[in-house]
Design a protein around this ligand. Structure first.
Ligand SMILES: [Fe+2]
Length: 155
């Protein structure tokens, strides 16, 4: 199904998020020093958090969307999982490689879940007018993910 145009900013950030996840996954196959990945992820983190807030604030602003809805709960739980995993993306972590891999998998799976299940649900639950309000809000406050930041470690 075609994405509602009012959600395209979020979907375009999802596209960039999938690029980021793939780059991290590939880099883990050949990089010896993971510092470049640590820097990359920490640079992207404020924009990712902003993206999560945009989803939470916009979707939960309407009475047909509730925190305890199964799909909304999964979204919120996974956003919290990112908050936890980011604390482990640092050079002192002896299990860094596994956690970088876990970050990349979580990012990919979370985006697929939102695109395949959550966004169709949101499109179904919100009225045309509410979706238009979300679109206007995102137009003013969205912030693209800077997937190309930093040295090129992915080619
Ligand atoms: Fe998202």
């Amino acid at each position: 199904m075609k994405r509602n145009p009012n959600l395209v900013h979020l979907s375009s950030e999802h596209h960039d998020g999938l690029v980021i996840a793939l780059r991290i996954k590939k880099a883990l196959d050949h990089l010896q020093d993971y510092q470049v990945l640590i820097d990359y992820i920490h640079h992207l983190w404020p924009s990712l958090k902003h993206h999560f807030s945009q989803e939470e604030d916009n979707f939960l602003a309407y009475p047909t969307i509730q925190k305890q809805d199964k799909l909304i709960k999964r979204m919120l739980d996974e956003h919290l999982e990112f908050e936890y995993i980011i604390t482990k993306i640092n050079p002192d972590n002896p299990d860094l490689r596994n956690d970088l891999q876990a970050f990349s998998i979580l990012l990919k799976d979370h985006i697929r879940f939102e695109e395949r299940l959550l966004f169709p649900y949101i499109e179904d639950q919100l009225t045309t007018q509410e979706l238009a309000q979300v679109g206007t809000q995102l137009e003013q406050t969205h912030r693209p993910l800077d997937a190309n930041w930093g040295p090129n470690f992915w080619d």
